[in-house]
Design a protein around this ligand. Structure first.
Ligand code: NOJ
Length: 537
């Protein structure tokens, strides 16, 4: 599954912002890359307070991205090329310009329109204090006070993300019915499923209790006890969506963005009557360490086996520092909010590790999720000028945390200078592309057998073709410290050297290399490298 971050994938109309026409023009590239499906980030009408995750109309396409007819044509074209299409659905919150929210403001306290969102009276004299102490994910408090239709300061509404993203009240049957209808609207148009934004959010604890201080300071809650994440009631909502998806033929898919790292807890979401799959953020958080990878791989495989769901693997997405940069840092685990200041990263090392990591990931059983541009080895852009930063985290943190724009820079497709055919020659991409990306364009790399793109193509082709990679068979084999070796069925072995010494891979006679991240000397892997070997007859 390949993630298309629509604003930054390809710009068909030259306004500097990616769009559906751009995606359509690049579908053959995606087919040739060897993927099975794409997930497209939100394309709905939106004020773009959070890159489209603030939806003003769930049944339309933003004119910046195209029209509903363009969306239909994209789905048809993708299907003709053998690619499936998932779209992003954002059920936890709407935009503050959604007609429902405008009606909630106009309706006043106690109105049915207000019951669709999480409104509450403030605390303290005059209700001047927020209803509780919940912080927003993007910084600052999670509440905004509204002015009532009579002009007086009034109730407060909850926004777990930006103030422009008011949280819906999922206890209200009208909200549930509306989303079931939205799912059906898109399934009727032929989409193959949904990536569900913050699928572990939605339900809020009765009475909106404060978060105790120790948890505000970072101590984890016991499972199910956080007042607005991962609450037990969320599964019933997912089951209702699954009933909608199951009415359709063709195996429609619900893929959850479930921000739960513990695999045992994660698979609670993946039942035969609930979501089909969820991203594995535990894998994505793993540092460059054999023991850490082994632990998360074992825990993932075991937990998913228990519920009969496919394991999933992911290294990057539009919310995280690109992994070429992350793996080149002295500290290689995923960090959430990155403060301002210089980020030290050895990109040559990070690129070597990224090459090895993709061979590790694509050799694992289950679903692999790729983020656009990782197949080009793009690094995080760390020096975007402050005036172009668009992520709400930047403003909400008082301009101390740069946020996620550095992994969202428009893709370089071809040519020697920006816009690198992201859009027409005269266009200006919404975030500036580094001049150094001339060596990383898809066109440049397609012609280079040793490029990141060629490695992805080769590994994805083998993943599709090699019979042992299409099964669940998986077995660790003994290997030296800071290395990993596993077997997929009797015929394929993957070896990863995460150490700083060369690794002699022990192989049966007659074994040969299928693909490797670096040039090999016989069966000796250099540091920070990986290879797949075919063994047996
Ligand atoms: C998760 C999305 O991936 C992220 O980009 C967005 O900011 C939040 N959900 C809020 O919708």
């Amino acid at each position: 599954m390949y993630q298309v971050y629509i604003r930054s994938f390809a710009d068909g109309d030259g306004d500097g912002i990616g769009d559906i026409a751009g995606i359509r023009a690049r579908l053959p590239y995606l087919r040739d890359l060897g993927i099975d499906a794409i997930w497209i980030t939100p394309w709905y009408p939106s004020p773009m307070a959070d890159g489209g995750y603030d939806v003003a109309d769930y049944r339309a396409v933003d004119p910046r991205f195209g029209t509903l007819e363009d969306a239909d044509a994209l789905v048809r074209q993708a299907h003709a090329l053998g690619l499936r299409v998932l779209i992003d659905i954002v059920p936890n919150h709407t935009s503050d310009r959604h007609p429902w929210f405008l009606a909630a403001l106009a309706g006043g306290p106690g109105s049915p329109a207000r019951e669709r969102y999480v409104f509450a009276d403030g605390r303290g004299p005059g209700g001047d204090e927020p209803p509780n102490n919940w912080p927003s994910v993007f910084g600052g408090p999670a509440w905004v006070r509204v002015t009532e239709p009579d002009g007086r300061p009034g109730q407060w509404y909850l926004h777990v993300f930006a103030p422009e993203q008011p949280d819906l009240k999922w206890a209200n049957p009208e909200v549930r019915a509306e989303f079931e209808a939205i799912f059906a609207f898109w399934l009727d148009r032929g989409v193959d499923g949904f990536r569900i934004d913050v699928a572990h959010a939605l339900v809020k604890a009765e009475g909106l209790p404060d978060i105790p201080d120790e948890h505000l300071a970072g101590a984890p809650f016991p499972p199910g006890e956080h007042p607005h994440w991962d609450r037990p009631g969320v599964h019933e909502i997912h089951r209702s969506w699954r009933r909608v998806a199951d009415r359709y033929d063709g195996g429609r898919i619900l893929l959850g963005e479930v921000g739960v790292d513990d695999p045992q807890r994660l698979v609670e979401y993946l039942r035969p009557d609930a979501l089909h799959a969820a991203f594995n953020f535990g894998f994505m958080a793993s540092p460059w360490s054999a023991a850490a990878f082994r632990t998360v791989i074992d825990a993932t495989l075991e937990a998913h086996r228990e519920v009969g769901a496919p394991s999933s693997w992911v290294l990057s997405n539009h919310d995280a520092m690109r992994h070429v940069t992350r793996f080149g840092r002295p500290s290689t685990e995923r960090r959430h909010s990155e403060p301002m200041g210089p980020v030290e990263s050895d990109l040559e090392l990070g690129t070597r590790r990224a090459r090895a990591a993709i061979l590790l990931m694509l050799a694992l059983p289950g679903c692999a999720y790729l983020y656009q541009g990782e197949e080009l080895g793009l690094p995080e852009v760390l020096d975007l000028p402050p005036e172009v930063l668009d992520d709400p985290i930047w403003a909400r943190s008082g301009r101390t945390v740069r946020g996620r724009d550095g992994c969202r820079v428009p893709l370089p497709w071809a040519g020697e200078a920006p816009p690198f055919e992201f859009g027409p020659e005269s266009s200006r991409p919404w975030l500036p592309q580094p001049a150094a990306w001339r060596n990383l364009t898809a066109e440049h790399q397609a012609a280079e057998p040793g490029s990141m793109l060629s490695l992805y193509r080769a590994a994805l082709r083998l993943r599709r073709e090699h019979p042992d990679l299409g099964t669940d068979a998986f077995r660790w084999l003994p290997s030296p410290e800071e290395t990993l070796v596993f077997e997929r069925g009797a015929g394929l072995r993957c070896a990863v050297n995460l150490s700083s010494r060369p690794m002699a891979v022990s192989l049966p006679p007659g074994a040969s290399v299928l693909v490797s991240s670096e040039a090999l000397d016989g069966a000796v892997l250099p540091p920070d490298a990986a290879a797949w070997f075919v063994v047996g007859s």
